[in-house]
Design a protein around this ligand. Structure first.
Ligand code: 6PG
Length: 235
């Protein structure tokens, strides 16, 4: 497992942007699954402002590792956040966007997303394969929308599952560990001091690391991009 630590989120965003420049130079099509939440917003803002002409955006086909079961215009929609901070500023074509239809019932949205993924992605090891999986980590050690109280979903043989947020009860559609770990490459975007404790436990295998879904992400394919705040407790 590789790890890069940056002074701040903007420096991290530029490193990530340079990765995408390279990836879209080398591949005419890159299937990427994005994470949601607040961390990506700063990164998307830098990409939209500084990488509009550097990255071959037409090569990128956008999916999500998880989505809240809300309408696409809802304040909590990961699609809405990405549309506002990345797609609209860069005029990304709808043809390159494959969102979870959060306006459907959770089960229907999950089934629809599984169909889309199976139809659009190459099958490798008998599973759909993303070229690049972007993940965030919650301060409880969750990733995508697989939370510690439902850690068994990680090993589901389904491509996606319907999960439940432990506090709000909000339903989410999430990729499972089976598909996440089948990705060619995985990047964790982890910033902020509220992630420092879990990052230390997971990266140094201390405390309850084994109970965190984020620990189950395939280390041999994963690079952690962290800011100094999130890395402050590491040896
Ligand atoms: C989501 C995510 C989730 C997120 C982490 C970190 O839909 O919320 O995909 O896994 O990446 O909760 O979220 P923050 O970046 O907001 O801390």
């Amino acid at each position: 497992m590789k790890r890069n630590i940056f002074t701040d989120r903007e420096a991290l965003a530029r490193f990530f942007g340079d990765q995408l420049v390279q990836l879209t130079k080398e591949n005419e099509k890159v299937n990427v699954a994005l994470s949601g939440g607040s961390t990506p917003q700063v990164i998307f803002n830098v990409l939209a402002k500084e990488y509009a002409d550097k990255i071959n955006w037409k090569a990128l086909h956008f999916y999500w590792g998880d989505e809240r079961c809300v309408a696409p215009e809802h304040q909590e929609s990961n699609f809405r956040m990405t549309k506002e901070h990345l797609f609209d500023p860069l005029k990304i074509s709808d043809k390159n966007i494959f969102r979870v239809k959060g306006e459907l019932s959770p089960d229907a949205a999950c089934a629809d997303y599984i169909n889309t993924i199976n139809k659009e992605l190459p099958i490798v090891n008998d599973l759909p394969q993303f070229d690049l999986m972007i993940l965030g980590m919650g301060d409880d050690g969750h990733t995508a929308s697989i939370f510690p109280h439902q850690i068994e979903l990680w090993d589901s043989t389904n491509v996606c599952e319907v999960a439940t947020h432990p506090e709000s009860g909000q339903k989410r559609v999430t990729l499972t560990g089976t598909v996440i770990n089948n990705s060619k490459e995985i990047i964790f975007l982890v910033t902020g001091s509220n992630k420092a404790e879990k990052a230390k436990e997971i990266l140094e295998k201390t405390g309850d690391y084994n109970s965190y879904p984020a620990f189950k992400v395939a280390p041999e394919k994963t690079t952690w991009l962290m800011d100094e705040e999130a890395a402050k407790l590491l040896k």
